[in-house]
Design a protein. Structure first.
Length: 400
């Protein structure tokens, strides 16, 4: 809010007068501590007050006793980053998580250090966090609740380091921002919809037609790999990323029986290392991959093995899949209004298990195989699916 009768001297320094006082006040912005320092100039003349203001500004800033380095927020933020970096190298933390923390701490525009850098951790309280949120909203009112929650979690992790070292007692409370859950777009399938509206089967049929017509997308021929990639994703729950689907090599796959399945090793997935079981149909897909493989080496990739650059491989398949969506007129999910993408196949895989198991699938087991959490499945998938007759029976059952 603009101060009444304020005269700006330069950025961060101004003089002003308040009612019932003949004297001009000087106000100087302390950039490090993110607050204004105020003092009377003792002058009734604005000309003399301007001259006094500059000397007073220097004196006010010097009067602020600097916080010892060992007690600053910056010290413990750097300790957190260093510890997390070592944990990531040892496989104890996901490198993506460490990267996210670094971003939350060091963002040049509104990161935690931009506000808390030289603040004394011993004096930081819940009201300090709320003041930061107010300051953050002024700079970036468009930030999502999930981003704010990431900042909150990182802030608490920094303060926990200070707590572990005995510098602070309790970690300040940081109320979470309420998240807005949105349904994930997926391809509807029978029995969720009538067979004539089965968009998943329509996708498969069109993928075959593109291969048979020997179509090219950006100079790359569409082959059986597009069709098999769709089937593989829907029956394996993997993410279409360079760290999951496109990172899979033959050495990461083992065929198992009773029940028939693939046992996959995901080495650097979004949630870290995991082993995952597939549905039986993924075995047939893998056997076809083996039949057309030009190299039987264990370190060969499953999809587009001739491309050592996996980013290039993912871009080729993404372009072909987008062309497929356009031909099949499935670019937008009519139920959510959201655009379909390769990720929609993963969403289809999770929804298909919930529906086709007639409500009997173990959600914890499904989450473990998909590299996600029960909370994520319930929030983004299960709550948006209709309760079928079979699922209602399962709900009302008393056991065998």
């Amino acid at each position: 809010m603009k101060t009444p009768s304020a005269i700006k001297i330069y950025k961060g320094l101004s003089i002003y007068r308040v009612s019932n006082s003949p004297y001009w006040m000087v106000r100087v912005w302390d950039r490090k501590r993110k607050k204004y320092l105020v003092k009377s100039t003792g002058e009734t003349s604005s000309i003399l007050a301007k001259e006094a203001a500059q000397d007073l500004a220097v004196a006010l800033l010097r009067a602020e006793v600097p916080v010892k380095v060992e007690y600053t927020f910056k010290t413990y933020a750097h300790k957190l980053l260093q510890r997390s970096k070592i944990q990531a190298q040892n496989g104890e933390r996901n490198p993506r998580y460490v990267k996210t923390m670094h971003w939350a701490i060091s963002n040049a525009d509104w990161g935690l250090l931009d506000y808390f850098e030289d603040k004394d951790v011993r004096e930081i309280r819940t009201h300090s966090w709320l003041a930061y949120l107010s300051w953050l909203h002024g700079k970036r009112p468009d930030l999502s609740p999930s981003t704010k929650n990431t900042l909150s979690a990182t802030f608490r992790n920094v303060m926990k380091i200070a707590q572990e070292e005995g510098v602070v007692g309790a970690v300040p409370q940081t109320p979470r921002s309420k998240l807005r859950d949105n349904p994930r777009p997926f391809f509807r399938f029978h029995p969720l919809v009538d067979r004539t509206n089965d968009s998943y089967q329509k996708l498969l049929i069109e993928a075959k037609a593109m291969k048979d017509a020997q179509l090219e997308v950006r100079g790359t021929l569409v082959t059986d790999e597009l069709y098999d990639l769709i089937l593989f994703m829907v029956h394996s729950f993997v993410r279409p990323t360079t760290s999951e689907l496109y990172a899979l090599k033959h050495s990461d796959i083992m065929i198992a029986d009773d029940p028939k399945r693939l046992i996959m090793t995901i080495r650097k997935g979004k949630t870290g290392y995991r082993t995952s079981n597939t549905m039986p149909a993924a075995v047939s897909v893998y056997e076809r991959i083996l039949e057309r493989a030009t190299s039987q080496q264990s370190d060969a990739y499953l999809f587009l093995p001739d491309y050592t650059n996996r980013t290039t491989a993912s871009q080729i398949m993404r372009r072909q899949f987008n062309a497929l969506l356009a031909r099949a007129q499935l670019e937008v999910d009519p139920y959510t209004g959201k655009s379909h993408a390769l990720y929609s196949l993963r969403h289809t895989a999770i929804c298909m298990r919930i529906i086709n198991s007639e409500g009997k699938v173990n959600i914890f087991n499904l989450a473990k195989n998909a590299g996600t959490s029960v909370d994520q499945i319930e929030r983004f998938y299960a709550k948006y699916l209709p309760l079928s007759k079979e699922m209602a029976r399962n709900l009302q059952s008393f056991g065998e």
